[in-house]
Design a protein around this ligand. Sequence first.
Ligand code: CAO
Length: 415
Amino acid sequence: MKALEGVKILDFTHVQSGPTCTQLLAWLGADVIKVERPGVGDATRKQLVDVDGADSLYFTMLNHNKRSLTLNTKSEAGKEVLERLIRECDVMVENFAPGALDRMGFSWERIQELNPRIIMGSVKGFGPGPYEECKVYENVAQCAGGSASTTGFLDGPPLVTGAQIGDSGTGLHLALGLLAALYQREQSGRGQRVLAAMQDGVLNLCRVKLRDQQRLQRGPLTEYSQFGEGVAFGEATPRAGNDSGGGQPGRILKCKGWEDDDNAYTYFITQAAVWGNICDVIGKPQWKEDPGYATPGARLPKLNEIFAAIEDWTMTKTKFEVMDICNPLDIPVGPILSMKELSEEPSLRATGTIVEVDHPERGRYLTVGCPVKLSDSPVEVVRSPLLGEHTDEILASVLGYSEPEIQSIRESGAV
Ligand code: CAO
């Protein structure tokens, strides 16, 4: 048995944000029925194609464990099928451009009329307000949600991050809202609407930067490198390079081999509680008692000097040797791992965080498995569906259409 066994999800999502959400719900055991335009499908099927004629990794890696139904929801016969799906499903998820569902004839009011118990989840770029009508993609959300203005180095432009916090991050937020709504429905008997705006999701993930915005009004942010460098603060939370976001100063430092390997670096945190261990490891035992270095406050204006000394040491070790030496001493460090290293890491394969999946069109490929592990609801990652692979099966087994009825729907061109 799976955690969400018996929950039927009408998946109207495309690209990344919505599919992230429904893939997670599928991994938790829900029956996810992905509705796609006949002959076209989710646009990502044919984006960044690496194997001719096969669904792209962009699509396959976001749509595991789902079933695909093709349906033209703008045709009369298609609308009829959609109505039956809405009546049948527990949750409907969409991330169309604002207003697209209304234009299709399926307003929230109409959906509730068809099924008062249905929960409808939406991803939009912005919540209600001046930008609610905008179409939004990942990097726009990172910029509008406060991530870009606080990422990068002080003397450089704003930067977007590699982590897809706008799309996948918002998908995760939405999944949480949908599960809460399912739980509330147990008591209320009613569905509800769940909105996850990408700007809100990114801002939620950037909350420590809003924390710093308010601290800035009371004085300089002493744990930021620019404080020790004597660079004045402006009015807004600045970009802080690789400074750690918490109260314990940290930086990315070069390790042995950095000249030839772009990822021969480690993150190193000067955790106050293990300052003595750090001093011993880097060969500066005198800093343990020296009042100029012994306390976190005394160290703040000297972070450049301190990290330069630590880096003199890390450059004599590989990033893995740094980890092996520092971990037993409780000094928090982390190697900068490349995607190549992660994809080859045996422990991630063993836990199912990285899995190999077989696909009829493209053969074997790697993907990221479910990042949360439930002891009573294990996840088996199943390949993404081909376009319309389950159309007949869903029309018959979920909606109860007979063979001749399915034939007539086919002839109408609706599927
Ligand atoms: N049958 C018939 N029509 C269908 C259909 C189906 N099965 N599925 C979709 N369509 C139609 C929609 O109804 C819409 O028609 P109208 O424009 O006439 O209303 C049309 O296809 C296009 O949908 P869209 O506007 O959502 O798609 P787009 O490619 O123009 O925009 C995106 C994509 C992502 C910018 C937009 O959907 C959006 O802003 N979504 C919300 C925010 C979001 O999720 N962004 C992240 C995406 S991942 O980076």
